[in-house]
Design a binder for this molecule. Structure first.
Ligand SMILES: *Cc1c(COP(=O)(O)O)cnc(C)c1O
Length: 394
């Protein structure tokens, strides 16, 4: 390799090693589920986004096997050439129905969906108003477009409204928000966001990755949770979380929006089509998610139980209902130390620290699933209880 580049990369890695340390991916064994193998041991898993437990559902896995048998593994072509199979269209229709939109278009991930959305719709005459805690893929997607952009403080809708007024002369103003924010599990104030968008004639874009399948009586997401299903202009989401957890993303909205994306959106056109087995699995997951509100009820009960247990143990748990439970362990390496103590007790949950969250807001993120048994939840609570010794020693 080029000596100058190699020299620079080594120096930067040394610097990183000495300051934040280098991240090492944990090697996990076993299928995704409420327990995972780590280093020859089974840990209760509170670190996945498999909120409904559908990643291990036999019907989902059967659908994947069936599609694999019928269409093979990969299609070796983009959607716009010979990569489209019937299952892609069925899945797009299933997504549209789930979220209450006219139509939907698939991408190979929600990251890709967000990269492909803004550039396809916007030009320099447009303005994007983006929540400060929006997902990295939204930030990058907005950057790829030529629109002007303004970031408003997280959830500060008064500031948002000032920007809406300031840019009243723009061709389009897009308000962009996560439906559920991944670090805090807090739900965007959709009723007021809808009202602001309508009053200011702005476009509302919601990335509902952590909410699709999870919130709302039929799993329709944040909008359905607030009785606003179908009222969001543009919805993006993932198939890699509650909806089977394999891979895939989408944009849903009016037919003309979806048709435009099929014509011009670069990560739709210039990439390989989603493997049919993954599409078949996601479609099965959507069908299960819609017909089984009991999974969401179990998830809500599990979440409420563990939130209360952690609170009663004296941990700082910001109020909320989403299965993302932030357990605040502020300052220094406290969150890391508690996560290590949990690991020793057979519980897997990750500490989040700077730069993923602001310094002073370090935490452990606990993610609950409908698949967790009462015993597994009790095990987590007991582990957090014993980990209080770490706090006492700090
Ligand atoms: C997870 C997530 C994504 C990325 O989804 P992938 O399908 O895994 O690329 C995008 N946006 C938000 C808000 C997410 O939480």
């Amino acid at each position: 390799m080029n000596a100058a580049l190699l020299h620079r990369l080594r120096a930067e890695l040394d610097e990183r090693r000495a300051t934040t340390g280098l991240r090492r991916d944990l090697v996990v064994s076993g299928a995704q589920g409420p327990a995972l193998g780590v280093g020859g041991e089974w840990l209760v898993n509170f670190a996945s986004n498999d909120y409904l437990g559908l990643a291990g559902d036999p019907e989902v896995l059967d659908a994947a096997r069936r599609a694999l048998r019928e269409t093979g593994l990969g299609v070796a072509a983009g959607r716009v050439l010979c990569g489209t199979r019937a299952v892609h269209g069925e899945l797009e229709a299933g997504i549209a129905e789930l979220v209450g939109a006219e139509d939907a278009v698939l991408y190979t991930s929600c990251f890709d969906a967000n990269l492909g959305l803004f550039d396809a719709l916007l030009g320099p005459q447009d303005v994007v108003l983006s929540d400060a805690l929006n997902h990295a893929s939204l930030i990058d997607g907005i950057r790829l477009s030529r629109a002007r952009r303004r970031v408003f403080a997280h959830g500060d809708l008064d500031e948002l409204e000032r920007h809406l007024t300031e840019f009243a002369g723009a061709r389009h103003r897009l308000i962009v928000t996560d439906g559920v924010f991944s670090m805090d599990g807090d739900v965007a104030a959709l009723p007021r966001l809808c009202e602001l968008a309508e009053r200011h004639d702005a476009v509302l874009v919601v990335d509902d990755s952590h909410a699709t399948g999870v919130l709302g009586t039929t799993g329709g997401g944040t909008a359905e949770h607030f009785g606003l299903k179908g009222r969001v202009d543009v919805l993006t989401g993932t198939l890699g979380k509650a909806l089977g957890g394999a891979a895939g993303g989408f944009v849903a909205g009016d037919r003309a929006l979806v048709e435009t994306l099929r014509q011009v959106s670069r990560p739709y056109i210039f990439t390989n089509a989603m493997a049919p087995a993954l599409a078949g699995a996601a479609l099965a997951a959507i069908r299960i998610a819609r017909r089984r509100p009991d999974l969401r009820e179990r998830l809500a009960a599990n979440t409420a139980w563990l939130r209360r247990a952690l609170h009663d143990l004296g941990y700082e748990v910001p109020p909320g209902e989403h299965p993302i439970i932030p357990v605040m362990l502020r300052g220094g390496t406290l969150a890391l130390d508690v996560a290590a103590a949990l690991r020793r007790e057979g519980v897997l949950a990750f500490a989040l620290s700077h730069p993923v969250v602001p310094a002073g807001e370090e935490r452990i993120r606990v993610q609950v699933s409908a698949a967790h048994t009462a015993g597994q939840l009790e095990r987590a609570a007991a582990a957090f209880g014993r980990a209080r010794a770490v706090l006492a020693g700090s």
